[in-house]
Ligand binder design. Sequence first.
Ligand SMILES: NC(=O)c1ccc[n+]([C@@H]2O[C@H](COP(=O)([O-])OP(=O)(O)OC[C@H]3O[C@@H](n4cnc5c(N)ncnc54)[C@H](OP(=O)(O)O)[C@@H]3O)[C@@H](O)[C@H]2O)c1
Length: 325
Amino acid sequence: MRAVVYDRYGPPDVLRLEDVDRPVPKEDEVLVKVHATTVNRLDVHTREANRRSGLAVSLLSRMVSGLRRPRQRILGSEFAGEVEAVGAAVSEFAVGDQLFGNSGLRFGAHAEFMCMRESARLAHMPASLSFEEAAPITDGGLNALTCLKQADLRQGRTILIYGASGAIGTAGVQLARYFEADVTAVCSTKNLDLVKSLGADRVIDYTQEDFTRNGETYEVIFDAVGKLSFPRCRASLKPAGVYLPTDGFGNLMRALWPSRSGDKKVVFQIPPRQTKQDVLFLKGLVEAGKFRPVIDRRYPLEDVVEATRYVETEQKTGNVVLTVP
Ligand SMILES: NC(=O)c1ccc[n+]([C@@H]2O[C@H](COP(=O)([O-])OP(=O)(O)OC[C@H]3O[C@@H](n4cnc5c(N)ncnc54)[C@H](OP(=O)(O)O)[C@@H]3O)[C@@H](O)[C@H]2O)c1
């Protein structure tokens, strides 16, 4: 089968198309014929061993993915496709079923075929979506859900979502809306209309207004794009307010060892737990018309380097899809 592989950590052009052996499903696995996948920030960070996040994070990343070189040569975590074959013990899926899911750090989706355990983050595709629409449900969706679950979102609870136009941000706005929170979203001018259409009650253009200086306060601040810090947001949090980061070594440390001064805190699930139930929850929201992944650009699999360069601009709106012919 054809797959995008890489043998060393580095810039996007370490990625190349190669013919590799098609994986064989184990007893409890399905073999998925991948029709669509994505390039997301997890692919980007893993491919460059998180070098932009400093030495400690880069070392941690290499300990997970392979110290000298990547153990898993094929990136890609999100996918939508069809069941090509099933292991003997598989009961939930049958050959020909259409499904979508997320392999997380096991990756493998930038290929014509991949194997997934049936108990993993895998579900039948919502009937209303194409493969290209279903592939990007889970990255932003699961990351946003994992964070928002920590904040007891409910009717009227006030939340500010920073970076509301990215993969996690666009999912976060829709989920916060679903939980009936009062949503203030922050993005740049070009994304104001989109973010409003996703359900934000109000949108702040960060090129015009600094939310940390306008005197407003929130019960929850969700930094969906990893550009803020707890100290910068502290004054914009109400008493006992919660800061939800998606990134940052400092945030991780603050979540593990909360400051003893004051009752505002950083909350970050460590390690993040994302389950099959979460995927089914997102599927239910899609079917109920409450959630739709935002797609910016689509590229064929062979243009993975170009797609990756675009993702690395940090300017994508929502998600970038790869179609697998
Ligand atoms: N995706 C993953 O798998 C994953 C997993 C764990 C953690 N993370 C982390 O989560 C964060 C978000 O990931 P993502 O995939 O959602 O990001 P993304 O889709 O790449 O975010 C792109 C968006 O960020 C906005 N943006 C760029 N610079 C900004 C700034 N200075 N201030 C505010 N907004 C800015 C841009 O919109 P505007 O033009 O509107 O600003 C753009 O629409 C990243 O820090 C990533 O490392 C990602």
